[in-house]
Design a protein around this ligand. Structure first.
Ligand SMILES: Cc1ncc(COP(=O)(O)O)c(C=O)c1O
Length: 393
């Protein structure tokens, strides 16, 4: 089946965080939202069909994770990434961020330090701070338009008060798909210092060729035994509202502790529709995903060429995965407020403001390009107009 990602879907007044909180968040409704990380596309047809069938049945009782559900996760990772996991290793969490909160609660104490590699997903900071943990940044290094990990800085920051690292693989917002060599180096340092690696792999299926996703825990038995991997079909198939993820933990002691927290907070019962969506997506969504990746790559190429030709001062950090472009506006020498004002009031676009991703975010903005091409083209024209005005002033 050929999917039509060009279709423009009106998402306003659907209780959408991305579309229906613009006034509250940006102070205006009259902008194109390119912020919150969900996509403006329909999910795969087999997923919609499976959900419709379940809705038509009409009884919305408590649900369980069936053997077939767990097998669909195992098969997906085996087939696509040659990563062998056991059904028993997969714990439930409604979302990845709730899982991170439970992990913090279970494996660290107030005042303990946790490493994050900034700039990184803003929720990492939020959940750590809300539980009184100390965030230690191990900033990524930007050289020649590409981000890499700073292993010397990491090693220098590890002492007995550091308990954990939040790895983001692939990395939101800079779009790196960490390769095996980088992950191995990171893992070796963490193993040496007895640091638990929590690998958020929510974007793992959104990877552009020739890059390949390497699950951190797949690299060695040692890494698998000292890590927690967070996966979900939510970003991949645009199902974030259905709140269904899998937390893969090989080490039985770590898993028991994590599941203790899931039960203590009564989060073990999965969402009735979420389990249907996950299983149908992993079983029947691959064709859609392959077409999506082509479409996203087309969007990425379009925006890269556009900026290169019309607004060369705005540098696009080339994402190797995700549908998020990390844009470098530093050549304009604008302060945070001026940049936000220009993008919002002159270009009429809602981006995510770089500094919310921690240090290294100043002068950057994150653009969600998972939208129909016509919307992207219009937004690029608006940006061109706004920044060309600036150049003339
Ligand atoms: C790296 C990363 N982790 C987690 C999330 C959100 O996960 P969830 O909605 O499952 O809590 C996002 C959303 O953008 C993300 O980019």
């Amino acid at each position: 089946m050929k999917y039509n990602f060009d279709q423009v879907i009106n998402r306003r007044q659907t209780a959408s965080k991305k579309w229906d909180t613009l006034q509250e968040h940006f102070g205006t409704d009259s902008i194109t939202p390119m912020w919150v990380a969900d996509m403006d596309f329909l999910s795969p047809a087999p997923v919609i069909e499976a959900l419709r069938e379940r809705a038509d049945q009409g009884v919305f009782g408590y649900s369980i994770r069936t053997d077939s559900y767990l097998t669909s996760i195992v098969d997906w990772f085996k087939r696509r990434y040659k990563w062998s996991i056991e059904k028993e290793w997969i714990s439930h969490s409604p979302g990845i961020v709730p899982a991170l909160s439970l992990i913090i609660h279970s494996f660290t104490q107030p005042g303990d330090k946790v490493i994050v590699q900034s700039p990184v997903h803003h929720a990492f900071y939020r959940v750590l701070k809300l539980q009184g943990r100390e965030v230690v940044e191990n900033p990524l290094r930007l050289e020649n338009g590409r981000y890499t990990m700073d292993f010397d800085d990491l090693e220098a920051k590890l002492d007995s008060t550091v308990k954990m690292i939040f790895l983001c693989n692939p990395h939101n917002p800079v779009g790196r798909v960490w390769n095996k060599e980088e992950l191995t180096k990171l893992g070796e340092i963490c193993m040496k210092h007895n640091i638990l690696v929590v690998s958020d792999e929510i974007h793992c299926d959104l990877v552009f060729k020739p890059h390949t996703y390497v699950p951190f825990a797949s690299i060695s038995e040692e890494f698998a035994n000292h890590s927690i991997t967070c996966i979900a079909p939510s970003k991949t198939f645009n199902l974030v509202g259905l709140q269904t993820s899998g937390i893969i933990i090989q080490n039985a002691d770590i898993r028991t502790k994590f599941e203790g927290a899931v039960n203590a907070f009564s989060l073990a019962t999965p969402n009735y529709f979420g389990i249907v969506a996950l299983e149908s997506a992993y079983r029947h969504g691959e064709d859609w995903l392959n077409q999506l990746l082509d479409y996203l790559q087309g969007n990425l190429q379009l925006l890269t060429e556009f900026f290169h030709e019309h607004l060369p001062e705005i540098k696009v950090i080339q994402p190797e995965g995700t549908y998020l472009a990390w844009l470098d506006f530093r050549d304009f020498n604008l302060d945070r407020e001026e940049l936000n004002q220009l993008v919002l009031e002159e270009a009429h676009i809602g981006f995510d403001d770089g500094p919310i991703f921690g240090s290294g975010g100043e002068g950057f903005m994150r653009m969600n390009f998972a939208c129909p091409r016509s919307v992207l083209e219009k937004s690029l024209q608006q940006l061109k107009q706004a920044f060309t005005l600036l150049e003339k002033v």
